[in-house]
Design a protein around this ligand. Structure first.
Ligand code: NAP
Length: 343
């Protein structure tokens, strides 16, 4: 197939492109040029806000499918549809599990009771739009208007091209620039004798996906016509509790320390998260797996091994004051036992 991939030179996109190329597809990446194009891919340089101005170039390319890795706003989705109407039969767009109402509950913005996990694609969506508007964070031009719910709605309403929406979990692994798992991994790599985890967080579940597995799922959605018009959650088949996940990281690393679970109020401030862990982000990727006969190509142990090797090669440092505060908290609080069947 002839595939155009918008914004596919970054963390997730590079892995998708590599897998599509390996399967023999032709891939062209549309990006600004801050990143080198993935090896073997062709590149069209451009700014996504000017997508419709490239319509003639896209017409000449005549892609069989377009993958949009970076649709963040309703305007992005509208421009995507407008740019490819009549030029290409299939669009695939990356969305996020942050569309679910539990995401707002987790952040303390919802008055609803937690929706029971695992969340499938029909679980209730957030009622409050623009989750990052006005909040501190990285200065990104689309940040205030970020809303995957509106991206999805716009794509679903477009009659042609037929859109596939993929709701991604937390993605980790080689090339991860957000490094959300690094603070745990670094502590293990540095041989800390214990790791502190809040009691509620220890029992909480957040579906993740190893990047090469998520990329394989995206590549399948792009190339398999059965995915046309469908919305899917992606992510690991089994989502462990956070405590269990840390144990697995520890085992993969040969870490000899212990996990100390404390009441959230006894954690040092840098570990206390302003989140309501009654609201789970455990999502169910069963629809994707059964409809498209998908299996993760990289087993969990191997995914962990590759991730840990990459983290070792890209170490972050932890401020000594954090370790001092953790030691003080561990001295003054007793550990909460976690019953195995809860984990
Ligand atoms: N990582 C996660 O845990 C996670 C979870 C849920 C959903 N997602 C979704 O996954 C996607 C992010 O994928 P990623 O991590 O691979 O992104 P990334 O690492 O930020 O890469 C972004 C790519 O887009 C290009 N790009 C950025 N701004 C552009 C613009 N204005 N015009 C043209 N090209 C532009 C970049 O290259 P240039 O700078 O050269 O243009 C780069 O190739 C998003 O849709 C996100 O919502 C991720």
């Amino acid at each position: 197939m002839n595939i155009l991939a918008i914004g596919a030179g970054g963390f997730i996109g590079r892995h998708v492109v590599a897998q599509l190329l390996e399967a023999g597809h032709r891939v062209t990446v549309f990006q600004r040029g801050h990143y080198p194009p993935p090896e073997g891919a062709r590149e069209i340089r451009g700014e996504r806000d000017e997508l419709p101005q490239h319509r003639r170039i896209f017409a000449a390319l005549a892609p069989d499918a377009v993958l949009d890795v970076i649709p963040y706003t309703e305007a992005h989705a509208q421009a995507l549809v407008e740019s490819f109407a009549g030029l290409c039969p299939r669009l695939v767009a990356l969305s996020s599990a942050d569309v679910y109402r539990n995401y707002d509950g987790l952040r303390g913005y919802s008055r609803h009771a937690p929706d029971p996990p695992p969340l499938d694609e029909d679980a209730p969506l957030r009622e409050r739009w623009y989750p990052y508007r006005g909040l501190p964070g990285p200065a990104l031009p689309w940040r205030d208007d970020y809303e995957k719910i509106l991206v999805e709605r716009c794509l679903r309403q477009a009659q042609a091209p037929q859109a596939t929406v993929l709701r991604l979990p937390l993605v980790y692994g080689l090339g991860d620039r957000q490094r959300r798992l690094a603070p745990w991994i670094v502590r293990m790599l540095e041989g800390r004798p214990f790791l502190l985890l809040g009691e509620r967080q220890a029992r909480w579940r957040w579906t993740m996906g190893y990047v090469e597995n998520v990329a394989a799922a995206i590549a399948l959605a792009v190339t398999d016509p059965r995915a046309a018009g469908r919305t899917y959650n992606l992510g690991e088949a089994q989502t462990p509790t956070e405590a269990e996940r840390l144990r697995r990281f520890g085992a993969a690393l040969g870490w000899r320390g212990e996990l100390h679970v404390l009441p959230e109020t006894r954690l040092p401030p840098h570990l206390r998260l302003p989140l309501n862990f009654e609201h789970s982000l455990w999502t169910d990727s069963g629809r994707f797996r059964s409809e498209l006969d998908f299996r993760d190509p990289v087993a969990e142990d191997e995914a962990l091994r590759r991730t840990l090797d990459w983290e070792r090669a890209h170490p972050l440092s932890i401020a000594p004051q954090e370790y001092a505060a953790e030691e003080a908290a561990a001295r003054t609080s007793s550990v909460v036992p976690l019953v195995d069947d809860v984990v």
